[in-house]
Write a protein that binds this ligand. Structure first.
Ligand SMILES: Nc1ncnc2c1ncn2[C@@H]1O[C@H](COP(=O)(O)OP(=O)(O)OP(=O)(O)O)[C@@H](O)[C@H]1O
Length: 263
């Protein structure tokens, strides 16, 4: 396998609507990517395609070395973890977080397997890495939003995915919870076997230095895709947002300000 993701000239049309336009994107083996785009830019559509929930109208898609059309997508999906806020609502709030995490290995809502020592110690280790080990015995519903996100990331990792999608994980988090979650994500990338991370966001300041590359999506089109440090320049971001923006760097993260909004 040369690339984790390899899309060439991909279009996705639904009736008259063209939701992905000529998307070409290659994710290398040692890379972590951030996907940045405004509301409705096509980020979820792109992720749905990577997971094989939608099929390109035109163009080719390979994920983890498997070309769509030549692979059982149900098998492929087992190698992809997807953490999103919609998952939270599906889980049983009365389950202890340890069961929420362990059931990730079996891709079930609720745990129907006998607890093995191996699963338990793996779940403990993952929750510790993500800084939520102290929540082991807590009911999932009693966790804060930030804590729930950490539990869900640990849950996704139980299945040993090769790709982990973090879909706007900082949504709804206060300033401090957000920093704690970002710390946990950083910690995760320091482990020996980290899956390829795809981090979806609206906010440049969430893009940690570990995200080596960034893709900028606008109206279903890739406007820029490059090393993150090259993307995070005022000229590139102003071009992307189609408005002049001011870029401020602080501890290798980029904060974007809009100096003036016309009515
Ligand atoms: N099945 C569909 N048929 C037609 N239009 C769709 C469909 N799914 C999404 N869209 C439209 O395609 C555009 C892209 O949607 P998408 O959900 O991929 O954007 P997004 O970048 O994930 O947005 P957000 O940041 O708000 O979550 C939107 O205008 C949306 O209304």
């Amino acid at each position: 396998m040369n690339h984790v993701i390899d899309m060439q000239g991909v279009y996705w049309k639904n009736g008259k609507d063209v939701l992905l336009k000529n998307v070409s994107w290659k994710v290398g083996l040692q890379e972590h990517w951030a996907l940045l785009g405004l509301n409705g830019s096509g980020k979820t559509t792109l992720l749905n395609m990577i997971n094989g929930y939608i099929w390109p109208t035109q163009g080719t898609v390979s994920v983890l070395g498997h070309r769509f059309g030549q692979v059982d997508l149900r098998d492929l999906r087992k190698s992809i973890g997807w953490v999103s806020s919609s998952l939270q609502e599906k889980l049983y709030g009365s389950d202890k977080t340890q069961f929420v995490v362990i059931s990730g290995k079996y891709a079930t809502i609720g745990l129907y397997e006998r607890l093995s020592e191996e699963d338990t110690s793996r779940a403990e280790a993952l929750m510790r890495t993500l800084g939520c080990g102290h929540l082991w015995d807590r009911e999932f519903r009693t966790c804060s939003q930030g804590e729930k996100q950490k539990v869900l990331i640990a849950r996704a990792l139980m299945a040993d995915p090769q790709i982990l999608i973090l879909d706007e994980p900082c949504n709804g988090l206060d300033l401090f919870s957000r920093e704690r979650l970002l710390d946990s994500i950083h910690e995760l990338t320091q482990q020996e076997q980290t899956p390829t991370l795809l981090y979806v966001t609206h906010h440049t300041e969430e893009i940690l230095p570990v995200f080596s590359h960034t893709l900028l999506l606008r109206q279903g089109e890739v406007i820029h895709s490059d090393a993150t440090e090259r993307i995070m320049e005022a000229a590139t971001l102003s071009d992307f947002f189609e408005a002049p923006v001011v870029v401020e760097k602080h501890r290798q993260r980029v904060y974007v300000r809009v100096p003036h909004l016309e009515d």
